[in-house]
Design a protein around this ligand. Structure first.
Ligand code: MG
Length: 392
């Protein structure tokens, strides 16, 4: 039986991903690289895996790979890749076991890879020497010069996109690679070395095999893999009684008034509703649970509590897209204070002013707010998953 080893190439610099380490980006809470490696390891014929990473990542990635459940009892090695892909691959070829006869080469940034794709590649490589996963070109492809002048249009029916896995008989690939290196040829994939050496290469079609290169690719992979991380909505409501001898604090702003709201803390009803909305969006309970009516929170500044709630939101992996608060009070008139309220909340949550809306209404003397017995506030928030800074 052929001894199969896999090489996962993950030593690139993610230049087109606006600086993000794309292989560390998460899909369903798991990195792109983890999806790729697990896809390869899902093929049980793969007996050993070599992961090629940037030199400074070797230690960290060794710790990660050694603990990966999908690895099982299989052997593994993490090596430092080179500046260019063909250098990385030639280092990996030197790291294969002596008796390895089939090598599977896989791009780290192709997280859709499945064990079945690897399996098929192995069968074809055993039969024909080399097999490359890919798909027939759907678009017409132009050959250009001088940054855009069309030289010719090759017939589409004969064009395929070459992807990975690419699977080879090791002896043939070693020879072909060495020859290409000698000639100083620049290889954009590994099958190219085989073609130049005159060895047959078989293309085989696989399903959606997205390579995460630009941010839009990540959206596609997340959609295909049913990533459940979506936006979260939250709603909060609060009401406090008006009483003499109290300061009226709304959205962190002191509003001149003969009466203020009664409560254990500063009774900032708007900030309370907002905090409940934020906690609700993360399914983290409510402010009563987080800030009980104990001595610790006696006379508490609600804006300080808001900062703590924002830290919880951050810890849950979310950030504020926007919030909208409606204050219901018959009096005093709140309109003059709304700009200051928005400023205070935006500052307190460390977000742009445009993400914060505060509105005020009366109830035309109906209900407890209308009778001046108290003030209520309702808040809605929308949160988005963090780590998607690429789109901002
Ligand atoms: Mg309250």
């Amino acid at each position: 039986m052929a001894l199969v080893e896999a090489v996962v190439v993950a030593a690139g610099a993610s230049r087109r991903m606006r600086g993000a380490d794309k292989l560390a980006l998460k899909i369903n809470g798991k990195s792109i690289l983890a999806h790729t490696v697990e896809g390869v390891l899902a093929c049980e014929r793969v007996g050993r895996i070599i992961l090629c990473v940037r030199a400074e990542q070797v230690e960290e990635m060794s710790a990660w790979l050694s603990g990966l459940q999908a690895l099982g009892t299989r052997e593994w090695q993490v090596i430092a890749g080179g500046e260019e892909r063909h250098v990385t691959v030639s280092r990996a070829l030197s790291a294969l076991s002596e008796d390895c006869s089939i090598v599977v080469i896989q791009d780290g940034a192709r997280p859709m890879c499945t064990g079945a794709w690897v399996d098929r590649g192995i069968d074809l490589a055993l039969a024909e020497g080399a097999a490359v996963a890919g798909h027939p070109a759907r678009d017409t492809i132009k050959q250009v010069e001088d940054g855009g002048r069309v030289v010719q249009t090759p017939p589409r029916s004969r064009l395929w996109h070459a992807e990975t896995p690419q699977v080879f008989q090791v002896a043939l690939l070693r020879q072909a690679h060495a020859r290409a290196m000698e000639k100083g040829l620049s290889l954009t994939d590994d099958a190219m070395a085989m073609e130049i050496a005159g060895y047959p290469v078989r293309m085989y079609e696989v399903g959606a095999n997205i390579k995460v290169t630009v941010p839009e690719d990540l959206c596609q992979v997340r959609a295909l893999k049913g990533d459940e991380r979506t936006m979260r909505i939250g709603y909060g409501f609060d009401a406090h009684r008006l009483a003499t001898g109290r300061r009226l604090v709304l959205c962190g702003v002191t509003v001149p008034c003969t009466r203020g709201l009664l409560g254990h803390s500063d009774a900032d009803v708007a900030v309370h509703a907002l905090m409940d909305a934020l906690l609700g969006a993360c399914a983290l309970g409510d402010i009563g649970q987080h800030f009980p009516q104990t001595a610790e929170f006696d006379g508490a500044n609600s804006m300080a509590l808001l900062a703590r709630v924002m830290a919880l939101v951050d810890g849950a992996g979310y950030r504020l897209e926007n919030c909208d608060i409606t204050l219901t009070a018959q009096s005093p008139r709140l309109a003059p204070y709304i700009p200051a309220m928005r400023q205070a909340l935006a500052g307190g949550m460390n977000v742009e002013l445009g993400r914060v809306s505060v509105k005020a209404t009366t109830t035309e003397h109906m209900g407890y707010e209308g009778r001046g017995e108290g003030i209520s506030a309702a808040a809605v928030v929308l949160l988005s998953p963090k780590g998607d800074d690429l789109w901002r």
